[in-house]
Ligand binder design. Structure first.
Ligand SMILES: Cc1cc2nc3c(=O)[nH]c(=O)nc-3n(C[C@H](O)[C@H](O)[C@H](O)COP(=O)(O)OP(=O)(O)OC[C@H]3O[C@@H](n4cnc5c(N)ncnc54)[C@H](O)[C@@H]3O)c2cc1C
Ligand code: FES
Ligand code: FES
Length: 1347
């Protein structure tokens, strides 16, 4: 079709102002910058800092806001959750944006969405909270009574690293259909929280009847001005920024004209591809063309043989429209639509699907696109238009063979525009299926995906025509014409499967060096996914009576299925406080986190939310791009020439002594001087007027390197090169190992290996430094260790510590990652600020944070174990290696803890433990929740299972036989007092119905060939104390003011773990006052000096005792007044004390008694103050064909003494479990052989999401187990439960063993942690994996290596 071009309206030449509304207020910006995102605009221009930056790439949901716009066709308003970090602010014209600040506040009224999340204990560090609240709010705005399924979809794009998700879902369940009933306010679920806890009559974690009612009619209205004035959507727009121009044409002709004049102008619809390219690949697009108001690109229309979707229609709208048509059209016409809907569920998260277009997906042409394989297999027709000599030309393009011409290239030309896509209606004998396998099921890009479109001869199983397309196997989506040809005219049966599998392997080869790695897995997925498709289509043929019901054996049927997220069931059991306890005594009660309400309203301030100073500068780090090299030259001249750039700092700006820093040993440099030892090492820092300028200039600092060898990345390479830190190996020896081996019935040798883990705190490292007086500096820093920052800043600036103050208000998570590594950023920021005499700020981007700050230590264990024929372990000789990276940091302590925990709960009388700290060319690895403990215990659990297998016994019996008993000594000579593991073990077996489940699993496994289940129990024993004795001390300061209010300060940092809440509870009980009178403002080195890092789980133990000490002093001083005036209120007593000139300020101090391991100086010496114990059981199901899995249930019994706050403690247990599950199963660090980190953001690094929590998740706190060695009989809880995450690993291993046993393979096999989908699949060897030949190691350089 062609049209006369003369009638085109020329796009406006005049610039327009950007007009939109934020929280009901009109924003008019005459000069918006097309490169600016909505998030930057909200945070920096409007100072609405409730919306957080977690990743900048659409992968975490911290930046979620609600976008509302008028659908002029229906005259209705649409409310959408979107990622502000990817949304260009220019796209907001005519829209209303609602941020967390717009829905409620602690100063006015909380919105029920905010209140329920906080009261249900769904906010720990709170950094994810505004995003989660806004996802829920946006859902309720468009669907006032959603289902649990709607909730699942709403949260696909949100991550939380702290809570384990259960409490969030529990709080929000109260908004769902499933929760409400016709009884309204009288509903029994409002009287109790509807789970097992209430049924047992125990206390509740929260009271649902106290929730504010939700009334959807009370929400703010959409701005009438936007509703009434259709001009907002009807006019062409032009915004000119400093580097790029934004056009919004409203007619197709204008769009085509723009494209013909600017063939390389970028069409931007959802910006979910382009935004990432601009931010992380630094692509500059000078022309942005936003076509979302062009009617032809927004069309949705049912035609006779297809449905036509405009290319700018969002994926969510496509899904909705397809669902409607599926409900109405005959089933056989909708098979392609169903396939598309299923695929769309697993396409990104809801925030992305709300804005991303199908056109954007096709045109990006990513080889792992999810929609391209199904559209290609369907040979979908595309409508493509362009302007040729002033006329619109339209052509039809088929997405079938030949459409993709190369990596991200297709046959559509740069001057053309993809206008619409036809989704074909299927025919009676036609079937479509598609599968996607990713690292994580929800919100992840595919590893491999496949789509099959087969048409049979009428009413037969003879293939007439078949199209198959695969993603993830080549630089483009690929088809397999040769295999399709083989299949033509053949019967759809197992004989065909065999031929096809072989042909697919030949037609889709993959070089061993191919980008993306996982070569054998990807190749076997091709055949496995085809086999799944075979099973699924066969089932359809059975349904339509084309083939016999028994054509597919019943045991194979479940192989066709995929996992669906189960609806959560949970119970939390804890000890209720005794009836005599005063109601105002908060100890032992499930008090809400002290900042939860502020966190839920976005009012809680994190480091980067601190308002900018007038003359503030921004710092950007210049990082090494080589893992091991000599720095030949550093040339900053180009960077310094840029307008707005103020300075460059490097090693030349400080003395050699000042440049040398480190947590314990000063073996690192603030700025690399002569050599670099890892990629991501800091070489310098640029300081400029803004983040954008600083980062651009940092890229203009030219560094010449001379590469050095060897580059050591893995533990095995370190062993080969004997690359260890000095003084290693270290040993712990107990008993006589050699004799014990001689006497043992069995001696067995094995090894196990586990990977590292990225902390992925939602708030990246941030720091703001402000010069005070001429020689003073103040830092606001997201650190777990303010004292160390203070000390090292003083060192670098050559000033005494008393001139440096470091403050931490709260952290958006830390998990050990901000214990010693925050100095990487804090020291350059402090130096720049001090030298330039101006405030300087930096918050690392997610990729910078991940590239520079190190991870949990990967570990390798090689062990030799001796045991009796009954299974009693008598000796163990174990070698432990950790991958420390390029500096010592805390690696020696991490190794020590691993060496101390390698035996977990089992007594081994003769032990030799040797440990090596491997020096590699990776960023320095560091503390991470568990601190080597989980790695050590991982070895123990392998040992116990090996022993059980060899003696042919149940591993539960071997565990019990070897459990420590009270009074036993560990291999480092610590006597175990009140060791409760047997009790936890029995309780957990009962709670989880272990034996019953195990029998059911055996039955299930017999009945299913391609699905297997496994169950595993794991105990844990975690030693509580810092390994470095001097750190086991703490201080507190209490100031009571004349009005009776109490300002409490202590040495611990609030990282989300609820430390401040617990300290307030302790202080309230000790002073006998309500918690409301007590406030904690921050942690600061000028309030409490010489603090220990908030780490090792002892935050409450040590700071709590220091708080009690201060309270005791104040109580002593107030005693005479209280005794003389027994009826006086607290305020009256304080007033009297003031007038009596009694000091109302007291400091407290605590040192943990007896810790340290030198029995000569202290006969009571103990390595750890005590142990926290627990037992967990998990049940999993795996898909043997893909390696996918689902955790069906988890039960945990923890002994945490007398809980100070069961809500917080259960939150810690659930959060730690999920983090442990991530460590052992999901999370994989991916490095190149040259030490470049590929997994630099949530796109590639997958933490557990909402959909990953166990289907049933029960946590019990062991009752009647007070701990005499910590504050108010409590126990530390932060780290100990993490290891219970390994229950999932061991259950998976068991399920794999079942699959292997069925095929007659050995059940002794290696499975490294994490047990990723790739590892699971490849361990389930079968006829499909047998087809894949593995290249011999050493004959090629792989794309990635395992550190
Ligand atoms: C967190 C995250 C998760 C993701 N998950 C997935 C996933 O699971 N599966 C998957 O397949 N993809 C995924 N993606 C990729 C991306 O979301 C999709 O490709 C999306 O469909 C792109 O649409 P868009 O409208 O945002 O494209 P944009 O970024 O606006 O544009 C993308 C490209 O298409 C071009 N383009 C757009 N429309 C037209 C047109 N009409 N004519 C010509 N050219 C056009 C643009 O010029 C640009 O080059 C993900 C992205 C993110 C950020
Ligand atoms: S910050 Fe936007 S999704 Fe992570
Ligand atoms: S509370 Fe969710 S990330 Fe911390």
């Amino acid at each position: 079709m062609t049209t006369n071009g003369n009638s085109f309206i020329v796009p406006v030449e005049k610039e327009s102002p950007l007009i939109f509304f934020v929280n009901g207020k009109k924003v008019i910006d005459p000069t918006p910058d097309p490169e600016c995102t909505l998030l930057t605009y909200l945070r920096e221009k409007l100072r609405l800092c409730g919306t957080k930056l977690g990743c900048g790439e659409g992968g975490c949901g911290a930046c979620t806001v609600m976008l509302s716009r008028v659908d002029r066709a229906t005259n209705s308003v649409k409310h959408l959750a979107v990622n502000a970090c990817l949304m260009p602010v220019c796209a907001m014209h005519g829209c209303a944006v609602t941020t967390i600040e717009g829905i409620g506040s602690t100063r006015t009224r909380l919105h029920p969405v905010q209140e329920r999340l906080a009261k249900a204990h769904g906010s720990q560090c709170g950094f994810c909270t505004p995003g989660i609240v806004m996802s829920m709010y946006a859902l309720l705005r468009s669907m006032p009574l959603p289902s649990m399924k709607d909730l699942e979809v709403a949260f696909q794009g949100n991550l939380c690293r702290c809570t384990g998700y259960r409490p969030i879902l529990e709080g929000y369940k109260t908004f769902t259909k499933e929760f409400s009933c016709g009884m309204g306010e009288k509903c029994c679920k409002l009287q109790s929280n509807g789970n097992d806890v209430e049924k047992n009559g125990d206390d509740k974690l929260f009271e649902r009847s106290a929730f504010l009612p939700f009334d959807p009619s009370q929400e703010p209205i959409f701005p009438p001005e936007l509703h009434l004035n259709s001009q907002f959507d009807a006019e062409n727009l032009l915004f000119k920024g400093p580097r790029s121009t934004w056009y919004r044409p409203v007619e197709l002709s204008d769009l085509l004209k723009l494209k013909s004049e600017n063939p390389h102008g970028k069409i931007i619809v959802g910006n979910t591809e382009v935004g990432v390219e601009m931010k992380f690949k630094q692509f500059l697009y000078t022309v942005h063309i936003n076509p979302i108001k062009v009617p032809e690109l927004n069309e949705m229309q049912e035609l006779e043989d297809s449905i036509l979707f405009g290319s700018a229609v969002t994926l969510m709208d496509i899904e909705e429209y397809l669902r409607e048509r599926i409900a109405k059209l005959p089933e056989h016409e909708t098979r392609f639509f169903r396939c598309a809907v299923k695929m769309l569920h697993y396409f990104a998260g809801k925030q992305i699907r709300n804005v991303a277009s199908l056109g954007g997906n096709i045109m990006t042409g990513s080889p792992i696109s999810d929609m391209n394989p199904i559209l290609t297999a369907a040979c979908a027709k595309l409508k493509v238009c362009s302007l040729v000599e002033g006329r619109i030309e339209t052509r039809e393009v088929c997405m079938g063979p030949g459409f993709f011409t190369g990596y991200r290239k297709n046959t559509i030309q740069p001057h053309e525009v993809l206008v619409a896509i036809h989704f074909p209606k299927s025919k009676k004998d036609q079937h479509f299926v598609a599968f996607k396998q990713a690292r994580r099921r929800d919100d992840d890009i595919a590893i491999v995906n496949a789509a099959v479109n087969v048409t049979f001869e009428s009413n037969t199983n003879i293939v007439r025509q078949i199209y198959m397309a695969f993603g993830g196997m080549a630089p483009t989506t690929v088809m397999v014409p040769k295999t399709s040809q083989i299949m033509a005219k053949q019967k759809w049966n197992r004989v065909l499967v065999e031929r096809v599998s072989e042909s697919l392997c030949a037609e889709l080869p993959l070089a061993p060096t191919a980008p993306g790695g996982m070569i054998a897995y990807r190749r076997s997925l091709v055949v496995s996914l085809f086999f799944k498709a075979y099973l699924a289509i066969s089932q359809e043929l059975v349904k339509s009576n084309v083939i016999e019901e028994d054509a597919i054996p019943e045991r194979e049927q479940s192989g066709a299925a995929i996992f669906h997220t189960p609806i959560l069931k949970s119970a939390q059991l804890f000890e209720r406080v005794c009836v005599e306890q005063s109601t105002c005594d908060p100890i032992g009660r499930p008090k809400v986190h002290a900042s939860a309400f502020k966190q839920a309203t976005g009012e809680a301030i994190y480091c980067d939310d601190i308002p900018r100073h007038e003359n503030e500068l921004y710092l950007a780090l210049v990082l090494s791009t080589k893992a091991h090299a000599k720095i030949v030259s550093v040339d900053e001249s180009d960077a310094l020439k840029q307008a707005g750039v103020h300075a460059f700092f490097s090693s030349k700006d400080i003395t050699e002594y000042e440049n040398k820093v480190g947590s314990v040993f000063h073996d690192e440099e603030v700025f690399a001087s002569e050599r670099v030892y890892c990629q991501g090492q800091v070489i310098g820092a640029i300081v400029a007027d803004s983040q954008v300028l600083a980062q651009r200039a940092a890229r203009l600092v030219h560094i010449k390197y001379e590469e050095l060898t060897p580059v050591i990345i893995t533990i095995e390479q370190a062993i080969k090169h004997k690359s260890y830190f000095p003084n290693y190996p270290q040993y712990i020896v107990q008993g006589d190992v050699a004799t014990a081996f001689e006497e043992a019935d069995h001696v067995y040798e094995n090894s196990c290996r586990m990977g590292g883990q990225e902390h992925f705190y939602l708030e990246t490292n941030a720091c703001v430094a402000t010069p005070r007086d001429s020689d003073e500096i103040e830092l606001f820093c997201s650190t777990q260790n303010p004292t160390e920052v203070q000390k090292l800043v003083a060192h670098v600036l050559s000033v005494p510590c008393h001139r440096v103050v470091c403050r931490s208000k709260r952290l958006g998570g830390g998990f050990g990652g901000k214990e010693s590594r925050s100095i990487i950023l804090a020291l350059p920021v402090a130096l720049a600020s001090y030298r330039l005499r101006r405030p300087v700020r930096c918050m690392l981007d997610r990729d910078e944070d991940m590239m520079t700050t190190g991870t949990r230590h990967p570990f390798l264990f090689k062990y030799k174990v001796g045991f009796t024929k009954e299974g009693l372990i008598t000796a163990c000789d174990i070698e432990c290696y950790n991958n420390a990276g390029c500096s010592m940091d805390l690696s020696f302590s991490v190794l020590d803890r691993a060496m101390n925990h390698f035996e977990n709960c089992y007594r081994i009388p003769n032990v030799k433990v040797a440990g090596w700290v491997c020096r590699t060319n990776l960023p320095s690895n560091t503390a991470f929740r568990g601190f080597g403990g989980p790695q050590g215990m991982f070895a123990a659990e392998h040992i116990v299972r090996d022993v059980a297998r060899i003696v042919g016994k149940d591993y539960l019996d071997i565990m019990q036989m070897n459990f420590y008993k009270t009074g036993d000594y560990t291999h480092y000579n610590q006597k175990l007092e009140n060791f409760p593991i047997e009790k936890c073990f029995t309780d957990c077996l009962n709670q989880s119905e272990f034996h019953k489940k195990r029998l059911a699993i055996e039955e299930f496994n017999k009945k299913n060939r391609w699905r297997k289940r496994g169950i595993a129990l794991v105990p844990t024993k975690y030693g509580i104390a810092f390994g470095a004795m001097h750190l086991n001390q703490a201080g507190a300061l209490i100031n009571i003011y004349g009005d009776g209010s109490v300002l409490l300060s202590h040495g611990g940092v609030e990282i989300g773990q609820g430390l401040h809440t617990k300290m307030i509870q302790c202080c309230a009980r000790a002073l006998g006052i309500p918690t409301e009178l007590i406030h904690i403002a921050e942690t600061a080195t000028d309030k409490v000096p010489n603090t220990s890092p908030t780490a090792a789980s002892v935050g409450s133990d040590i700071n709590g005792m220091a708080v009690l000490d201060a309270c005791e002093k104040l109580n002593q001083r107030l005693k005479p007044i209280r005794e003389a005036n027994p009826k006086a209120t607290w305020q009256e007593c304080i007033s009297k004390a003031y007038f009596d000139r009694i000091s109302l300020s007291a400091s407290g101090f605590y040192k943990m008694p007896d810790v340290g391991d030198d029995p000569k100086t202290n006969p009571n010496a103990r390595t750890y103050n005590y142990f926290t114990n627990g037992v967990g059981v998990s049940v999993v199901e795996i898909d043997c064909l893909t390696g996918d899995h689902q955790v069906l249930s988890t039960d945990i019994v923890m002994d945490i003494g007398s809980s100070l706050n069961p809500a917080i403690d259960i939150g810690q247990i659930e959060g730690a479990f999920m983090q442990g599950y991530g460590l052992f199963v999901l999370e994989e660090l991916i490095y190149s052989p040259q030490g470049a980190l590929y997994s630099r953001g949530p796109g590639m690094y997958k933490l557990p999401g909402f959909a990953d929590i166990p289907g049933e998740f029960n946590v019990s706190l062991l009752t009647g187990a007070p701990n005499p060695r910590a504050v108010y009989s409590s126990k530390a809880v932060g780290e100990p439960p993490l290891f219970i995450g390994s229950t999932v690993f061991f259950a998976i291993k068991q399920a794999i063993a079942a699959a292997r046993a069925e095929r007659g393979l050995s059940i002794t096999f290696e499975l490294d942690a994490p047990a990723t989908a790739a590892r699971i699949r490849m361990a389930c060897q079968d006829e499909f994996t047998d087809l894949i030949e593995q290249p011999s190691p050493g004959t090629y350089t792989p794309w990635n290596v395992v550190p």
